[in-house]
Design a protein around this ligand. Structure first.
Ligand code: FEO
Length: 392
C-alpha cells in the first residue's frame, strides 16, 4: 500500500486490461479503481472497494497491511459495481466488518449482492464515526453520480474521499499523489470522464461543491485517478466550470459526411474562424472520432458547429447519436451554428433545429447545402463563420 498521509493509505488497483469503461467509453490509458485504508489508533476503515476482477489484489493488500487486526468498517461512498464489485468477497473475508452507508446505499447493496441486514450501519448527513486519533464525517452528495453517492471527510487530516467527483480516466503510473506523477494525461482525461460519465448531473455536482465549500481540504481522494494535493485549485476549477456548463474559449466542429460535401463546409468554416483569430478549433468527423471525444470537446468549448447530410429523410445516424448525447447531458451555454445538406429532399437541417430547440439553444446562423459546395455556398459559409466568430 502507498501512504498518502498519516494514517491514510492507498489500496486501489490499476485496470490496463479493459477496453471500454461501462462497456461504452474507451480507456486508452486504462483506469484506476481507488480504494483507501484509514488506520485509526482504535479502528480501521476501508473506503470503497474495487472492480470484482481485481478483488484478489485488494485482498492481498488488506491481509498484509492490517497488522492481523482486520478491518472494522467498510465505508461505501458509491455502490456502482466498479467500486463495489469486490465487496461480497471482502465482507466474507472479514466477518466482523460492518458496512457503512446511507439508506439508499444499503438498499442498493442488498439488491446487488444480497448482504444480510446485520452487516450494515446506516449513517445520515453529518454523522461522525470515531476511529481513535482520526474520525470519519459523512456528507451526503446525491447524484454525483448515483442517488446514493456520498463523501467521507477526515477532519484531522483535511482529507476528503469524494466518490466519483474529481475523478478521471487513466491508470496510475507508479505513484498515487499528483505530486509524484506527470499529470498531463489526467487533465484531458478528466474532461472526457466528467462530460461522459457525470455530465448529466451538473446541478448536483454544484450542490456537492457548495456543501463542501466550507471544508478545509488538503487531499481530494476520488474513486478514479490521482489523489489531488498539489493541483487542488485546478481540479476543483475544472469540476466547477464543467458542472456550471461554463465553457472555455474554442470551437468544436462536428460533422457527418458520406461523400465529402459537408466536410468541405466544415473545413471552410474552420479556415474562416482561424482567419478571425480563433485558435482552439477541434474538428471531428462523426463517423471516425469516438463519441466520448466529441462529447468532451463539445462540453469544454464555447462554440459548437454541427453539420450533417440528410439520410433516409432524417439525420445522418452518427450525428443523430451525437445530438442525442448532447440532449441527454442537457448541454447549455453554447454559441451554436448548424448546417445541413441534401441531394433531392431536405431534412437534416430541420432535424438539427428540432434538437437545438428542445435544448433551448438558439443558433446564431444556419446554412443548407444542395449536392455540392459552389462559389455562392462558399460565400454563405464565410458569412456564417463571420457571424459565428463575432458571437463567440
Ligand atoms: Fe466509478 Fe459511478 O462509478
Amino acid at each position: 500500500m502507498i501512504r498518502i498521509t498519516n494514517s491514510i493509505f492507498y489500496c486501489g488497483v490499476n485496470d490496463r486490461d479493459t477496453h471500454l469503461f461501462e462497456n461504452l467509453w474507451p480507456l486508452p490509458y486504462g483506469v484506476s479503481y481507488n480504494s483507501y485504508l484509514v488506520k485509526g489508533s482504535d479502528k480501521t476503515a476501508l473506503i470503497d472497494t474495487v472492480h470484482e476482477n481485481y478483488v484478489a489484489s485488494l485482498l492481498t493488500h488488506l491481509r498484509a497491511d492490517t497488522d492481523g487486526k482486520g478491518i472494522d468498517y467498510l465505508v461505501v461512498n458509491h455502490v456502482e459495481p466498479d467500486h463495489s464489485g469486490a465487496l461480497p468477497t471482502i465482507v466474507a473475508a472479514f466477518p466482523e466488518l460492518k458496512i457503512i452507508g446511507n439508506r439508499q446505499t444499503i438498499g442498493m447493496l442488498k439488491g446487488f449482492y444480497g448482504i444480510d441486514d446485520d452487516r450494515f450501519i446506516e449513517i445520515k448527513e453529518g454523522d461522525t464515526l470515531p476511529l481513535g486519533d482520526v474520525s470519519l464525517k459523512f456528507i451526503i452528495t446525491p447524484m454525483v453520480h448515483w442517488p446514493e453517492t456520498m463523501m467521507t471527510y477526515v477532519p484531522e487530516r483535511k482529507l476528503l474521499f469524494t466518490g466519483d467527483a474529481f475523478g478521471c480516466f487513466g491508470a496510475l503510473n507508479g505513484g498515487v499523489l499528483d505530486s509524484s506523477m506527470d499529470m498531463s494525461i489526467y487533465f484531458d482525461e478528466m474532461y472526457r470522464y466528467y462530460s461522459n460519465i457525470v455530465g448529466k448531473y451538473g446541478r448536483f455536482v454544484q450542490q456537492a461543491l457548495t456543501k463542501t465549500s466550507g471544508v478545509e481540504i488538503e487531499f481530494l481522494c476520488s474513486t478514479h485517478g490521482p489523489v489531488w494535493h498539489d493541483n487542488l485549485k485546478e481540479v476543483a476549477g475544472i469540476y466547477d466550470r464543467l458542472s456550471r456548463y461554463e465553457p472555455e474559449e474554442g470551437v468544436t466542429i462536428i460533422y457527418g459526411t458520406m461523400y465529402g460535401n459537408t466536410t468541405a463546409v466544415a473545413e471552410a468554416m474552420a479556415q474562416r474562424l482561424c482567419e478571425h483569430g480563433v485558435r482552439n478549433i477541434r474538428i471531428h468527423n462523426a463517423s471516425k472520432s469516438h463519441m466520448s471525444n466529441m462529447i468532451s470537446d463539445a462540453f469544454r468549448y464555447k462554440g459548437l458547429i454541427v453539420g450533417a447530410p440528410t439520410y433516409s429523410m432524417s439525420l445522418f445516424p452518427p450525428i443523430e447519436e451525437f445530438m442525442k448525447a448532447m440532449e441527454t447531458r442537457e448541454i447549455k451555454n453554447k454559441t451554436v451554428a448548424l448546417f445541413g445538406s441534401f441531394t433531392w429532399a431536405s431534412a437534416s437541417l430541420k432535424k438539427l433545429l428540432e434538437y437545438t430547440q428542445r435544448m433551448g439553444l438558439e443558433p446564431v446562423g444556419t446554412l443548407e447545402l444542395r449536392q455540392s459546395i459552389d462559389d455562392a455556398t462558399l460565400s454563405q459559409v464565410r458569412q456564417l463563420a463571420d457571424t459565428f466568430a463575432s458571437s463567440l
